[in-house]
Design a protein around this ligand. Structure first.
Ligand SMILES: [Cu+2]
Length: 470
């Protein structure tokens, strides 16, 4: 049974129990009376728990791992840690909670039918227990889910039966403070690729034929250049999670892949465009400095006339009205079933996902937004540059002798790479990116691991290139 249904049944069971005790006069103030000897204000208790308090008979039972690991299906191991760390935000450093030192947590990618073997380790010096609720699974919350004790490792296994994008998130301390843990950064996605691969993409076009306008549908192979965008909110007061702001939906910052304005120009692009690090080329560039290293904002680069696939998840508390300024979304897919084609905007509620397929027709600068103005102005603006539209950069790149890489790639990713945290692990239908640069809302350890895996630390590479060019 799905664990959300199981939670609903828990609520139903409480209601039935209350009804039996109080008959038709059952009201919530009576629950708070002495008869049940529970918290005087159940709603306050639910609020302080961050959800419903479930009774966990065994802390993190092993689940069906013993059966599934030997089932003959492919097994994909997914090992994460639960770690509280300090990370930067627009309003200064804040107390973040992470899976494996990064926000979002690592992206898990499997093929439909694979067995996922998840382990969650809580380091001995961590301040709190954590859990992991993976929406790609279909298991009861009890007994397989629960808080993992400090200094211990929990595990569970499941078959990824349904293709698509699925959130995973910390379940707090047996649901207590779950809101704090998730909204402080403990979330990520599982991508379950369809067993028979992704569908080819049809794009509506017209053509002139003998003076008449006729339909001219364009088809693109399933292979695509892929990105992930995950939306959430930060609710902060003095660098700490503020539950009151969450309850009143008073967003402090809207984050995309863990950072407000994560994919906008920085001083590198200022320099390439204007020869001046201080001349901003976008309305909001809060992450300009090379000193910010992996936290410096970066741009997303794509060639034109290329199938682009974006895995989008709303991890947060507010709706996401997903729109690409300057383009039309050619297709929206959920669970490998097409939901829309040729749509301007698509709405994702909390814990909802989609796969966007689109082709950028013309060279230019496009902005993926949550078309809620409060969200745009608080961080949900992610800049895609399609093709090679920025002549000054082309000239600078030519002068530096690096333009050929961009021309070959059809995008500036051939010179600067794409931010590594926006690119999912490769699947069967993935096009490879020409290069990746190091960008993440993550610790230095995570950034260093990305460098070891070949991603470019632009805060070192660019000054070196410029110094070499004199
Ligand atoms: Cu947690």
């Amino acid at each position: 049974m799905n664990r959300r249904i199981s939670t609903i049944m828990t609520v139903a069971a409480i209601a039935v129990m209350g009804g039996a005790l109080f008959g038709s006069s059952f009201t919530s103030p009576q629950i708070g009376g002495t008869a049940l000897e529970v918290n005087a204000d159940p709603l306050a208790k639910v609020a302080s728990m961050g959800g419903l308090e479930l009774v966990m008979p065994e802390a993190y039972a092993s689940g069906p791992c013993s059966d599934l690991l030997d089932s003959g299906r492919p097994v994909v191991n997914f090992d994460v840690t639960g770690e509280s760390v300090t990370l930067p935000s627009l309003s200064g450093d804040y107390s973040a909670m992470t899976f494996s030192g990064q926000i979002p947590g690592p992206t898990l990618r499997v093929t439909q039918g694979d067995v996922v073997h998840m382990t969650l380790t809580i380091p001995a010096d961590e301040a709190t227990q954590h859990g992991n609720d993976m929406h790609a699974s279909q298991m009861s919350a009890v007994p397989y889910m629960g808080a993992v004790n400090i200094g211990e490792t929990g595990e569970y296994c499941f078959i990824a039966e349904v293709p698509g994008v699925f959130k995973y998130h910390c379940s707090g301390v047996n649901v207590a403070a779950m809101d704090q843990h998730v909204l402080s950064g403990m979330y990520g996605i599982t991508i379950v690729d369809p067993l028979d691969g992704y569908k080819r993409l049809m794009v509506d076009k017209t053509a002139l034929q003998g003076g008449e306008v006729v339909k001219d549908k364009q088809f693109y192979d399933a292979d695509a250049l892929e990105f992930t965008l995950q939306y959430n909110q930060l609710y902060l007061t003095d660098g700490n999670y503020d539950m009151g702001k969450m309850m009143s939906h008073s967003t402090s910052q809207t984050v995309v892949n863990g950072q407000a304005f994560s994919y906008v120009p920085n001083e590198i692009h200022n320099l390439l465009m204007f020869g001046d690090t201080g001349k901003n080329i976008f309305v909001a560039q809060p992450w300009n400095s090379m000193d910010l290293k992996q936290h410096q904002s970066q741009l997303l680069f794509v060639p034109t006339d290329t199938h682009v696939r974006i895995f989008v998840e709303n991890q947060g508390n507010e709706p996401v009205y997903w729109h690409m300024v300057g383009e039309i979304v050619d297709r929206v897919t959920q669970a490998n079933r097409v939901q829309a084609q040729g749509t301007e905007t698509w709405l994702l509620g909390g814990s909802q996902n989609m796969i966007v397929d689109m082709v950028f027709d013309e060279p230019g600068v496009y902005v993926a937004v949550n078309h809620d103005y409060a969200a745009i102005y608080s961080g949900a603006a992610s800049v895609f540059v399609a093709g090679l539209p920025l002549d000054p950069i082309n000239e600078t790149a030519t002068a530096l002798g690096v333009v050929q890489g961009a021309v070959d790639a059809g995008s500036y990713a051939g010179v600067l790479g794409n931010p590594h945290d926006s690119v999912p692990p490769a699947g069967a239908d993935s096009m490879s990116h020409p290069a990746l640069n190091v960008h993440c809302m993550c610790t230095d350890d995570v950034a260093n691991a990305a460098i070891e895996n070949g991603a470019l630390p632009l805060w070192e590479v660019i000054p070196a290139v410029l110094a070499a060019a004199g």
